[in-house]
Design a protein around this ligand. Sequence first.
Ligand SMILES: [Zn+2]
Length: 350
Amino acid sequence: MSMWRETTQHERNRIIWEEELESFVPDQILDFHVHIWNAGVAPEGKPFSCGGHPITKYDFDDLRGDLELTFPRRNTKAVCFGFPDPTYNLVANNDYIAEHAGENDCFALRLLDPLNDTPDTVNADLASRQFLGLKPYPDYVRKPDLNEVTVEEMLPPWAMEIADAHRAIIMLHIPRRERLADALNQAHVAAYCERYPNTAIVLAHIGRAYFLKNVLGKLDHLREFPNLYVDLAMVNHWEVMEYTFAQFPLDRILFGSDIPIALAPGKSVEINDQYTYVTPVPWKLSISDEHRKLRFTSFLYEELRAIKKAATRLELDEDAVRSIFYGNGIRLLTRTGRGASHRAAHWEKP
Ligand SMILES: [Zn+2]
């Protein structure tokens, strides 16, 4: 185990688990947001910077070991998808996930590249392979300014047609500077939810609302759509969490981590209606602790602390907490009626 992982292999995290988390985290955990990429998918000499720690792959063996050390004595499953970088080998990444997801207690989503994928390949993958949905990403639109990408560009209507025919899940990392608060994002997500009622859209990271003002009032319209979900991945902010638990239907909130990045040491913090990451080592997305003043734990343990604090303040009962960590996600995954037997889909070539 390499040292970037902040798990219970370190005494400092084992104490947090035992003193703060063990009595709160339920027995069954479905992590709805995990990135997996096998060796060879990332280009030579271009490792992923995991909170400032370069890693060349993160495969199912890594995940199994880390889940055990992160959630001791818990039964864990995960929803896994590749690493959405246009310079990575998307086909090799999707193939690896489709082939090994089942045997690792994982459910697979397929990376979607709207420029290079075709309706035929996407349809075939959802029809006959293990994939239960799609993972689009703003970078695949290949615009010089990522803030100008729209939901419809990263997730074109043809892909939604196919997703809807298969009752698929979309793991959506919304684009644009204002994220959840962006009016165009709100309009596109709402339009898709309405037009494609058989598709479940998951707003990753609560729509990337990592500071309070980004979420206030911004779930009011979206919560009406029964096929819209949020995941909690990388949100470390208890007030964002508390607001979401109070304002969004609890049965459509999904625990997710964003492993592997979530296992790196650090925390996401709000400063003056913005957010940044703080990490012990330099990272392009963070402010780093050059003076070594702080002792860190993982983003994931900070997320669990925030969930616990929000749930406690709202007096959520055990059932609600269990549903967020497991039941809601399992219901969503099995609602496709797929799992063991694939149902015939009605998508036809336009
Ligand atoms: Zn992610």
